[in-house]
Ligand binder design. Structure first.
Ligand SMILES: *Cc1c(COP(=O)(O)O)cnc(C)c1O
Length: 472
């Protein structure tokens, strides 16, 4: 299977490429995102066979349709090493919890950093190590984080051959739990840089360093952000897993509710639906940063300025624009890449575009999306309600998804709410809602008292470059 850019580039460096090449590349040369030339399909007999599969078997069945350039035995061995009871704390990997008949929570946050990003990132660690060894190459991953993404990347890459991670975070601004997760890693290939500044300073430095083409090439600088196709593909698997766990036969349909930010998680649901998984609706939930909810309600996509982004109690969904959204738009425009290119040029120039015409409304409706948003007060009320009604404690992001999901719940259609983080990561808001601290999984009780390893650095790209150059 070959992958091509959403913006239509097809010559030279823009020519369609295989899975491994686009995984290492990230963004297409013309600035677009890679999409498979068509989504693979799963026919009824195969869907029937999948129902009996374990998580690793299912992951192989799904991913082998996308990673067609990796020999089957190699792919299977990487998947088997990734989706284990040791790493995800249960053989199910993504256990389904039934609150009452027809209402479920799919647990995606049992990996090492207690958030759903581990499900893709843990596999990416093995895929990158494998692909780099084959090429005889190495990679220095440079990233900026305000918490979740950085730790998922570090836990995925720790100890991997040929890979180093340089992760910038705002000094003194992460929660003690988040800082402890990252800074307690002692692996020699992980470098934590605590920048004297805010998250935007960290991001500006990453842009400045990556924008220096000569430095980037010489020091093999790369990223693993949420647009990486391999991450998206790995997320498709748990939609299949959740469907089989919540149904008895493949005649049933289900609805998923997804707390959303960069549109990576729910876009994987769109792929699963496009492949033939019987999904009725995909319900997109935002917090106060409602750029995506606004689009699905009005057809108008309007990116926010940094100053317009609210700092909320579901911080991993605080976004100004949704990086994977371009892939979805390419699909609803029936892969009219010239149109996508024009829309994104318009977005760069004016900060908005409009697909509110009737034709587009129909195309969006055909993909089964609905949306809604949530506020801090909603989050608190949902956390309380879940605790009172079902005796469960959910995290703030999951609460956003549940709140919006329940608004759209239909009789006879199982609703599966995706749990994207464990409450232990956001204990302050849990305390506000319930007057108590959430429990922590075994092994995380005293994480704040472990020895920490990080270097404090000025918010200065030149100093960061010197730091990297001295270690690569
Ligand atoms: C990243 C993240 C999200 C948002 O997922 P997207 O793929 O960016 O839409 C939601 N919840 C948590 C806890 C996250 O870490």
């Amino acid at each position: 299977m070959k992958y091509a850019s959403t913006r239509g580039g097809a010559e030279g460096r823009n020519a369609p490429q295989e899975f491994t090449a686009i995984m290492l590349e990230g963004l297409a040369a013309d600035g677009g995102l890679f999409l498979p030339e068509r989504y693979p399909t799963v026919l009824p007999p195969e869907l029937e066979a999948m129902r009996e599969m374990t998580y690793p078997q299912l992951a192989f069945a799904v991913l082998s349709k996308f990673a067609t350039d990796i020999p089957a035995d190699d792919l299977r061995s990487m998947i088997d090493r990734t989706y284990t009871r040791e790493i995800f704390r249960s053989a199910d990997v993504t256990p389904l919890k039934t609150l009452e008949p027809g209402l479920h929570i799919l647990g995606l946050s049992n990996g090492p950093t207690l958030a759903f990003k581990d499900l893709a990132m843990q596999l990416i660690g093995n895929l990158f190590e494998y692909a780099l060894a084959k090429k005889g190459d190495e990679l220095n991953i440079l990233g900026a984080t305000s918490g979740d993404t950085g730790s998922a990347a570090e836990y995925a890459m720790r100890g991997k051959k040929g890979i180093r991670v340089f992760m910038l975070s705002p000094h003194g601004r992460m929660s003690p739990f988040q800082a402890a997760q990252m800074f307690s890693l002692q692996d020699p290939n992980i470098f934590n840089l605590a920048v004297k500044g805010v998250f935007d300073d960290c991001q500006d430095i990453v842009k400045a360093v990556s924008g220096d083409a000569a430095f980037k090439a010489k020091h093999r600088i790369g990223t693993v952000n949420s647009i990486n196709w391999a991450r998206v593909a790995a997320q498709v698997v748990y939609y299949f897993k959740g469907y089989f766990a919540a149904t008895r036969t493949n005649d049933e349909v289900v609805t998923f509710s997804v707390p959303s930010g960069n549109f990576g998680n729910i876009y994987a649901g769109h792929i699963a639906r496009s492949m033939g998984l019987p999904i009725k609706r995909l319900i997109l939930a935002t917090n106060e940063n409602d750029v995506l909810d606004e689009f699905f309600r009005t057809g108008r996509y309007r990116v926010r300025k940094s100053a317009e982004v609210h700092a909320t109690s579901s911080p991993s969904m605080d976004i100004s624009k949704a990086s994977n959204f371009e892939r979805y738009v390419c699909d609803i425009l029936r892969r009219d890449t010239a149109r996508v290119k024009a829309l994104w040029a318009q977005l760069d120039a004016t900060g908005a575009f409009d697909l509110s015409g009737e034709k587009f409304r129909d195309m969006i409706a055909a993909t089964g999306f609905s949306s809604g948003s949530s506020t801090h007060a909603d989050r608190i009320a949902t956390i309380r309600g879940m605790h009172e009604d079902y005796g469960v404690i959910v995290d703030t992001h999951t609460a956003d998804g549940i709140k919006v999901g329940l608004q759209y719940r239909e009789a006879g259609v199982p609703l599966i709410c995706l749990e994207t983080a464990l409450p232990a990561k956001f204990s302050e808001t849990i305390h506000e809602a319930l007057g108590r601290e959430p429990g922590r999984p075994a092994g995380y009780e005293n994480i704040e008292s472990l020895p920490q390893r990080f270097d404090v650095i000025e918010a200065d790209a030149a100093q960061v470059k010197a730091y990297i150059a001295a270690r690569t």
